[in-house]
Design a protein around this ligand. Sequence first.
Ligand code: AMP
Ligand code: MG
Length: 315
Amino acid sequence: MQTTLTDSAEEAAAILKSGRVVAFPTETVYGLGASIYCPEAIMRVFQAKGRPGDNPLIVHIYSLEQLADVAGEINSDAWKLIDRFFPGPLTLVLKKNPLVPDTVTGGLGTVGVRCPANPVAREFLRLSACPVAAPSANLSGLPSATSWEAVFEDLDGKIDCVLRGNPSAIGLESTIVDCSGSKPLLLRAGAITFEQLQAVVPEIAANTSPDKQAPPKSPGLKYPHYAPKAAITLCHGDEKRIEAPSSAYIGLSEPPEGILLYKLCRNLEEYGSELFSFFRHCDSKGIDTIYCELPSNQGLGRAIRDRLMRAAGKK
Ligand code: AMP
Ligand code: MG
């Protein structure tokens, strides 16, 4: 299959509307989109990524008017979060509208909904004129794609179109909050921090120690994620000993001696936005081991820690 590369949101939306599959930029990571009303295209999203069918897709909307098309009853906590954080890097899990196909939600009675803020994403969604189901535009298990080049590397020949935009400003997937129960629950940390959420809905809990016996609240979280080919070794600012011969480092404090390749980040925002592209860069250079400094669990540090632990297979 020929993958069209375009800078035109209009062309990309026309391709989506004809029942095909389109990758598009957002402020979190690039998404791989299909109309929720086109079952064949939804199936092709799963196939192109190699994504397990029980891992639900997040549905992207342009405006709050589309909320009723995807969600059922919305409680007052969910409305508070919508008022404060939509459009933006927040996904809410809500009771679903029965018209949303089970293939989109992995058979769950809930649906993940997000309204992106990135202007190119917004233009694409406006012109698509339907809710767009979109997981991250990468091969399942690999680091999410934060540039159109990374999308192309993983999915050239497997999808119909890539809408080119700038690299994703945040570079980490959206914060996910489950608002389908009696009190909000943080399922995945992201750029909207737990502290910011607490300021709006003080009763929110974090899904910190999941019961291994119970079915996972977010099916995707049970699968391996974000892993480059290189091994990941987690380290702290003051204890960094390099043992692997061909190694790289990313973190906030000075790199250890003898490192081949490193990314010294000025702050957590830069750490988050560079992390996945650095993983991909290391793989392209044949690096064996990437040493990653674990930030504290505060603010954006929570999301970066989460991705690092998963990439290292420790979560
Ligand atoms: P991705 O789009 O690749 O970042 O993955 C989407 C994440 O959202 C996965 O971890 C899914 O399990 C999660 N997700 C999507 N819809 C729901 C839902 N209805 N309930 C719980 N988690 C969801
Ligand atoms: Mg993903």
